[in-house]
Design a protein around this ligand. Structure first.
Ligand code: ADP
Ligand code: ZN
Ligand code: ZN
Length: 827
C-alpha cells in the first residue's frame, strides 16, 4: 500500500452496537493493515479495545474526527472470508450486533484487549544475546515493572506497531501473556508413578515380589505394585509412568504407593501431561453395517445427489453412529473436512471415545469444557490449512465458528436438542440452523440425525425441502422397550404409593435389582423440593430478586433461586402466620435419592444433574461408575436422556410425566415426547428387552400413548394440526421481544408503545405485551411481545421492518432506559 496515502479502516469491536467503527491509519501502519487482522483502537474514554478490520478504504468519515489505530496485532488475517460471511448472516438473521457475534466466535485468547498484560516468561533462562534492541527494551522494562499492558509497551518503544516485537518475544519465550500463564502453566502437571531403575528387569522384579510376598505387613504394598504392573507399568523391560490418581482409582492404596516410593521401589514424580490428551492412534476397524444400516447409508448417498440437507430419522439404538462413520471416512478420502455437531452435554460421553477409536488424532474436540489453548490450537490448525490435523471437528454449537477451509459434510446429531440454541448472551443463534447456512458457503452436505426429530425438521423433510431416510429397527434385532404407565391417581386412592413412588414402579425396581440389573430414573427437576409451603396459610419462600419460589437443596441446607444466584437458609416457622407446619410439595432429584434409601435400603444411588456435575470430570466419573456397575440407580434430569449407551440397564422410570406435559409452552408436547422417548431408549440395549414405567395422573394422554407405541409419526401428525390451528412453527416463524425494566409502571407504558408501533406494520401478527411465566428476574420486570409471521414471508424484510420500529422506539428519549432482548426462532 502507498506509504503516504491516508487510509481508514472499519473495525468491529466486541460491543453491542450494530455498526463497525471507523479509524484512521497512521502512515507507518499502511503496510500492515488488511481485512481480517486484529487492531487495538481507542474506544470510549481512554479505553483500548481489540477489534477486527472488516474494510479498508479512503472515505473520510463525515461529521467527526476519527481516532487513530493504536496497534496492529497480526501479520495475517485471523478469520477467513467465509467466516465473516457467516458472522454477517448471524448478525442479520438473529438481529444481533456484529460485535456480539465476534465475541461468541473468537476463542477468548484472541480477544487481547487493553487489559491484556504481558510478563516475563517463568521459564526464561536469561540469555539476551539474541534479542533486538527493541525487544531488549521491553525485557528491561519488565524486569523493573513485572507486567505491562499493550499501551505501556507502545509508549516505552515510542512506536505504534508493537505486535511484531511482542510476537517475537513470545516466540523466543521471553514473555508470556497473563492469560496464557494462567491457563497453560498451572494445572498441566500431574503425579506419575514409575518403577525404580534398580528393579527394571524381570529377575529383579521377581525377587522383589517374592520378598514382599513373604512379609504379611507388606501385603498392601505388594497389591499396589501388582496393580501398577497390571495396568501396564512395566512391559518388556521398559517402565512406563502411570498416573498416580488412576492407580489409586484401580485400588492401589495411596499410602502404600508412598511407602514404595520411600523404599526406592517406585518413584513418584511430577510430570507434564500433554495438552491434547493422549488419544493416540486409531485402533478400531469399522463395524460391518447391517443390511438395514447399509440400505440407509445408500439412501443417504442417493439423497445427497439431489438434496443438500438430509434427515436420518433412526430410532434409539439403530446404529446411526456407524453410518456417520462411513460418511465421515468418505469425506476424508476426498480430502474434505467434517464438522460433527452435538449437544453440549453429549460431548463428554462415550461418543468421543468411540469416534477416536476409529479416527484417532484426526479428530479435534472443540468444547467449552476444554481450556482456551486447546481451542486456539484447533482454530490455528484449521486457519493455517494444516490438513494433517483435525480433519474432523467434534463440537458443540460454537464449533460452527471455526475457520473451516473446505467442509464436505456437517453432521448434526440429536438435531432436535434445544441446547443447540444459545439463549444468553446474544447472538441467540441455533447451531443446527447456522450449520445449514454454513453448508452453502462450502457447498457441503448436512446430515441431521435424530430418533425424535424437531417438528420443523420433519416438516421440511416431508415437504421435500430435506431428504428423508428412516431406520426404524434397532441394531441386532433388539426390541424397542416395553412401556407401561403407572396411574398415580389410582394408586393414591388405593394407598399403594410409597411417598413419590408408585407401587408398580417399586415392584419393577425390586425385580431389576434382584436380577442385578441397573435402573435409570428421570426427573426433570433438580434440588430437593421445588416448593416449601406453609400448610396453614399457603405461604412459600420466594426469591427476593425474582418472582419464583425457592428450591430447597438438602446437601447445602439452603433455599436457592434457579434464576439468579440468590440463596438463604430455610426458615423454621412461617413468617406470615407463625405456624411451624412447613411442608414440602413436589419432588426433585435430591429428594428422590433420599427416598430411595428408605424404600430400597442398601441400594447404591447416584444423582446426575447440574448440581452433581459442576466439577470438571465429575460427569465422566459418574458415568464411568455407572458403567462399571458401582451404582445401581442413576437419578437424573435431562442429562440422563442424552446418547448414553449402557448395556445393563433394564428399567427406566419416568417419575413425573405430567409436569412436562403441563408446561405453558407451545412446545410442551413435542418436548415431552422427545424426552420420554429418548430416556426410554436407554432401557435394555444389548441383552434383553427393556422396561419403562411412566408415572402419570393421565395415562390416556395422547402424547403418552404415542410414546408407548413408539409412534413418532402419529405424534407428529397430531401435533402438526395443533400448530397449524394456533399459528405456531413450522407454519409461522416467531420472534420474541422481551423488555426489561426495574420500574413496572414505566415498563407497561414502554411495552405498549413498542407493541403499538409494531402493530402498525405487522397488524394482528403481534401478540402482547404480556407478562411471561416469571415476571421478575434479578429485580427487573419483564414483558414479552411476540411476533408471528408466515413462514414464507421474507426474513430480510420482516427484520428490517422490525429493526426500524425498534429504532423509532428508541429515538424517543423516554424509552432509552428499557432493555430489549430479541429472540429469533425461540425454543
Ligand atoms: P444410535 O446412535 O442410533 O442410538 P448407536 O450408534 O449408539 O445407536 O448404536 C447402538 C449400539 O449398537 C451401539 O452399542 C453400537 O456399538 C452397536 N452397533 C450399531 N451398529 C453396529 C454394527 N454394524 N455392528 C456392530 N455393532 C453395532
Ligand atoms: Zn403460614
Ligand atoms: Zn432469583
Amino acid at each position: 500500500m502507498d506509504e503516504r496515502k491516508t487510509y481508514f479502516v472499519d473495525v468491529i469491536l466486541p460491543v453491542p452496537i450494530n455498526n463497525a467503527f471507523t479509524y484512521r491509519v497512521p502512515f507507518e501502519m499502511n503496510g500492515h493493515i488488511k481485512v481480517g487482522v486484529r487492531v487495538v483502537v481507542p474506544f470510549g474514554r481512554s479505553k483500548l479495545q481489540t477489534g477486527i478490520i472488516v474494510r479498508v478504504h479512503e472515505e473520510v468519515p463525515e461529521g467527526y474526527q476519527s481516532k487513530y489505530v493504536e496497534a496492529v496485532l497480526d501479520d495475517a488475517p485471523i478469520i477467513t472470508g467465509k467466516q465473516f460471511k457467516l458472522w454477517n448472516w448471524i448478525s442479520e438473521y438473529y438481529m444481533s450486533p456484529l460485535g456480539d457475534v465476534m465475541n461468541a466466535a473468537l476463542p477468548s485468547n484472541f480477544k487481547l484487549g487493553s487489559e491484556t498484560k504481558v510478563l516475563l516468561h517463568p521459564e526464561y533462562e536469561g540469555n539476551l544475546d539474541h534479542l533486538t534492541d527493541r525487544e531488549y527494551q521491553v525485557f528491561e522494562a519488565l524486569e523493573i515493572q513485572s507486567e505491562l499492558d499493550l499501551k505501556e509497551i507502545s509508549e516505552i518503544l515510542g512506536i505504534k506497531t508493537i505486535q511484531p516485537v511482542i510476537k517475537s518475544l513470545i516466540e523466543k519465550r521471553v514473555i508470556i501473556t497473563q492469560e496464557d500463564l494462567k491457563q497453560k502453566y498451572a494445572p498441566k502437571t500431574q503425579l506419575f508413578v514409575e518403577l525404580a531403575k534398580d528393579y527394571q528387569s524381570d529377575e529383579q522384579l521377581k525377587a522383589l515380589i517374592e520378598v514382599l510376598g513373604e512379609d504379611k505387613r507388606k501385603k498392601k504394598q505388594l497389591d499396589a505394585l501388582l496393580t501398577y504392573m497390571q495396568m501396564g507399568g512395566f512391559k518388556q523391560g521398559i517402565s512406563v509412568p502411570l498416573l498416580r490418581s488412576e492407580l489409586v482409582e484401580k485400588g492401589a492404596s495411596a499410602s502404600s504407593l508412598n511407602t514404595l516410593d520411600k523404599d526406592g521401589i517406585l518413584c513418584i514424580k511430577r510430570m507434564e501431561i500433554s495438552r491434547l490428551e493422549d488419544k493416540g492412534e486409531a485402533d478400531s476397524e469399522f463395524k460391518d453395517l447391517s443390511q438395514d444400516q447399509q440400505k440407509a447409508l445408500d439412501e443417504i448417498r442417493a439423497s445427497f445427489v439431489e438434496k443438500d440437507v438430509t434427515l436420518l430419522h433412526g430410532v434409539t439404538g439403530s446404529g446411526k453412529t456407524e453410518i456417520y462413520v462411513e460418511l465421515i471416512q468418505e469425506q476424508l478420502d476426498r480430502g474434505k473436512q467434517v464438522l460433527f455437531l452435538l449437544p453440549e452435554i453429549a460431548l463428554t460421553t462415550q461418543l468421543i471415545q468411540r469416534l477416536q477409536r476409529y479416527f484417532g488424532d484426526k479428530i479435534g474436540v472443540y468444547h467449552s469444557r476444554f481450556n482456551q489453548n486447546e481451542r486456539v490450537e484447533i482454530w490455528n490448525a484449521l486457519l493455517n490449512n494444516d490438513t494433517s490435523k483435525f480433519q474432523i471437528v467434534l463440537g458443540a454449537r460454537s464449533a460452527v465458528f471455526l475457520p473451516f477451509r473446505s467442509l464436505g459434510l456437517i453432521i448434526v446429531d440429536e438435531e432436535h436438542e434445544s441446547s443447540f440454541k444459545q439463549y444468553d448472551p446474544s447472538p441467540r443463534y441455533n447451531g443446527r440452523d447456522t450449520a445449514i447456512v454454513l453448508r452453502a458457503f462450502h457447498d457441503a452436505k448436512v446430515l441431521l440425525g435424530s430418533a425424535t426429530p424437531a417438528m420443523e425438521t420433519y416438516f421440511n423433510a416431508e415437504e421435500g425441502k430435506y431428504g428423508l431416510v428412516s431406520l426404524d429397527k434397532r441394531f441386532g434385532d433388539l426390541m424397542m422397550p416395553e412401556i407401561f404407565t403407572a396411574n398415580i391417581k389410582k394408586e393414591k386412592m388405593q394407598k399403594t404409593m410409597q411417598s413419590d413412588f408408585s407401587g408398580f414402579l417399586v415392584e419393577h425396581m425390586k425385580e431389576a435389582l434382584n436380577n442385578k440389573e441397573q435402573i435409570i430414573l428421570f426427573q426433570n427437576r433438580r434440588g430437593y423440593n421445588p416448593v416449601w409451603a406453609c400448610e396453614v396459610c399457603g405461604w412459600n419462600p420466594h426469591c427476593k430478586n425474582c418472582d419464583v419460589s425457592l428450591t430447597y437443596h438438602k446437601n447445602s441446607n439452603v433455599l436457592k433461586c434457579h434464576y439468579c444466584s440468590y440463596f438463604t437458609p430455610p426458615v423454621g416457622a412461617c413468617p406470615k402466620c407463625q405456624s411451624n407446619r412447613l411442608k414440602m410439595i413436589g419432588f426433585g432429584t435430591e429428594k428422590i435419592e433420599d427416598e430411595l434409601s428408605i424404600i430400597l435400603p442398601g441400594v447404591r444411588v447416584q444423582r446426575l444433574d447440574l448440581d452433581t456435575t459442576r466439577q470438571k470430570n465429575s460427569y465422566e466419573t459418574i458415568l464411568r461408575d455407572f458403567d462399571e456397575r458401582k451404582i445401581d440407580i442413576l437419578v437424573g434430569t435431562q442429562m440422563v436422556t442424552k446418547g448414553l449407551d449402557f448395556d445393563n440397564v433394564s428399567l427406566v422410570g419416568i417419575l413425573d410425566a405430567d409436569m412436562m406435559l403441563n408446561r405453558p409452552d407451545f412446545r410442551a408436547f413435542e418436548r415431552s415426547y422427545q424426552l420420554m422417548s429418548q430416556v426410554a431408549g436407554r432401557a435394555g440395549r444389548k441383552t434383553k428387552r427393556g422396561t419403562v414405567v411412566i408415572q402419570t395422573y393421565d395415562p390416556d394422554h395422547w402424547i403418552i400413548q404415542h410414546v408407548i407405541n413408539h409412534d413418532f409419526i402419529g405424534m407428529y401428525k397430531n401435533e402438526l394440526i395443533e400448530r397449524k390451528n394456533y399459528f405456531y412453527p413450522p407454519f409461522y416463524k416467531m420472534i420474541n421481544l422481551t423488555l426489561k425494566h426495574r420500574d413496572p409502571n414505566k415498563l407497561d407504558m414502554m411495552a405498549a408503545d413498542l407493541a403499538d408501533r409494531m402493530k402498525a406494520v405487522f397488524g394482528s401478527r403481534v401478540l402482547g405485551p404480556e407478562f411471561p411465566v416469571v415476571k421478575r428476574i434479578q429485580n427487573s420486570y419483564l414483558k414479552v411481545i411476540r411476533l408471528k409471521v408466515e413462514r414464507d414471508a421474507s426474513n430480510k424484510k420482516v427484520k428490517k421492518l422490525l429493526q426500524q420500529k425498534i429504532d423509532d422506539f428508541y429515538s424517543v428519549a423516554y424509552n432509552k432506559s428499557v432493555r430489549i432482548v430479541i429472540d429469533v426462532d425461540p425454543l
